[in-house]
Design a protein around this ligand. Structure first.
Ligand SMILES: NC(=O)c1cc2c(N)ncc(C(N)=O)c2s1
Length: 314
């Protein structure tokens, strides 16, 4: 077989196995099979460097450490969310939406992941840039570090061009293991998984980020084309293309349904393998989102219900 064909075949297979293992958490082959194919690809790319491309699964852990992060400007600002802290405030928010629209829209309720907001730009199906939110307009290019996150695909299942917004986070187990290790060697501990994730993605040496077992969930699609008509459809679209999307979201028609979902997670959050600090509620339809628009710093069509600070069990 032609080397270039074999390389393409290995990449497709390794991307699919990586997706099953890191995104679906349902590997279809033993690790030894994955490693065997990865070693074959590494060997071919070593013998034929001209066949190596940035989106190859061998390129996850980048080259030399950077001297500094390059600043990037977000084409579409990464806004913060307004907050509500009670059922009353949530009902007020829903009533304002009903008044503005003249009817009750469909809402999507999702988990609010407690990590670091990031932007991923894909061009023709390839990850070309990863950046922090920064101040919402200007962030930092951390592509090398985000490429080390196994649940972030370097190549989509279709050659689409769009931007994904999501949260890079450290699962609770990774956080505990990291702090156990730091305690063992006398290094300062991280206060929580969010700080640990942020600290890991601020590393100029991507080998350190790669060692921190970070993960990612997408929660927003920014695209020039009218790929989909609503937020819940955008989540299904991203899932289909191999992007990690949490399955824990639901559509709701009333404030009561939204509150039921919130109450479920007030108790259930302790069992999740990652930290959440609230529930994000969005108007599902893009037309309604367009109609509702934005305040100076937040969308009018979305709000975060923040969980009460957990009593520290002394
Ligand atoms: N700042 C924002 O717009 C968001 C921030 C977050 C977050 N930290 N986690 C989840 C979502 C979500 N499910 O939409 C959002 S949206």
């Amino acid at each position: 077989m032609e080397m270039a064909e074999r390389v393409e075949e290995l990449r497709k297979t390794l991307n699919q196995y990586g997706y099953e293992y890191y995104v679906l958490d349902r590997p279809s082959v033993p690790d030894s099979e994955y490693d065997r194919l990865m070693n074959e690809l590494i060997q071919i790319e070593t013998d034929y460097p001209e066949l190596r491309t940035p989106d190859s699964p061998t390129q996850r852990v980048g080259g030399a450490p950077l001297d500094a992060f390059v600043k990037v400007t977000h084409d579409t600002p990464m806004l913060s969310l307004g907050n509500v802290f009670s059922k009353e405030e949530l009902v007020e928010w829903v009533e304002r939406i009903e008044k503005d629209l003249g009817y009750t829209p469909t809402f999507v309720a999702e988990l609010k992941f407690d990590g670091l907001a990031v932007s991923l730009k894909y061009e023709n199906g390839r990850l070309v840039r990863g950046a922090t939110r920064g101040d919402g307009t200007t962030g930092e290019d951390i592509t090398q570090n985000l490429k080390t996150i196994r649940s972030i695909p370097l190549r989509l299942k279709e050659d689409a061009t769009f931007e994904v917004r999501g949260e890079a986070y450290m699962p609770k187990r990774s956080f505990e293991q990291l702090n156990d290790e730091r305690e063992r060697v006398g290094e300062p501990l991280f206060a929580n998984p969010r700080n640990a994730a942020a600290g890991s993605l601020r590393q100029l040496d991507s080998k350190i980020a790669a060692s921190r077992n970070l993960a990612f969930f997408a929660y927003g699609l920014v695209s020039q084309d009218d790929l989909v008509a609503s937020h819940d459809e955008s989540l299904d679209y991203l899932k289909r293309l191999g992007v990690a999307v949490s399955g824990d979201y639901t559509t709701c028609k009333t404030a009561d349904e939204l509150w039921d979902y919130i109450e479920t997670y007030v108790t259930k959050r302790g069992e999740l393998p990652y930290e959440i600090d609230g529930i994000v509620i969005k108007v599902a339809g893009y037309e309604e989102q367009e109609q509702l628009g934005f305040t100076a710093k937040s969308p009018r069509w979305a709000v975060a219900y923040k969980f009460p600070a957990e009593e520290v069990v002394t």
